[in-house]
Design a protein around this ligand. Structure first.
Ligand SMILES: [Zn+2]
Length: 150
């Protein structure tokens, strides 16, 4: 699997060995590129890896830009595969149900240029969380309003 190798190289660049546990965790993220896992989710899916090792690896993966951390409204942290080669990542976080959606638009790309012009600041990475209400929650809310009017 070619993509696994890209991430193993990232480990090596950061002086981290590609242990079986790390490879297993990388594969978990690779097999679910649009999912956001909590530490508990990773524990459930990698039963043979100890909690301390999972915490340590998640921290290391973050450092190597293998995964990104996304905080939900209630303070829980989720982890998702980092977008290869992308320098701006935007997540839409639903304040109602905690759902996290990857925003695939490119609006932030222009911001890099503006920031550089205005502040002389070279942007290397943007990670943005946008809070609001997802389509599902909006749908159930409007149903409730209709129901209440009767
Ligand atoms: Zn929602």
């Amino acid at each position: 699997m070619e993509r696994t190798k890209i991430y193993i190289d990232k480990l090596k660049k950061n002086d981290l060995k590609a242990t079986n546990e790390r490879i297993e965790m990388i594969k978990l993220f690779l097999n679910h590129p649009d999912e956001h896992f909590s530490i508990e989710d990773i524990e459930t899916m990698c039963r043979n890896i100890g909690t301390a090792t999972i915490y340590r690896n998640v921290k290391n993966f973050k450092k190597c830009s293998i995964i990104d951390k996304v905080a939900s409204d209630d303070g829980r942290n989720f982890y998702t595969l980092s977008n290869e080669g992308s320098h701006s990542r935007t997540y839409l976080v639903c304040s109602e149900c905690g759902r996290i959606i990857d925003y695939k638009g490119s609006g932030l790309a222009h911001m890099n240029e503006k920031i550089k012009l205005k502040y002389g600041f070279e942007v290397s990475d943007i990670c943005c969380e946008v809070y609001g209400c997802c389509s599902e929650c909006r749908k159930s809310k409007s149903l409730k309003i209709v129901g209440g009017a009767i």
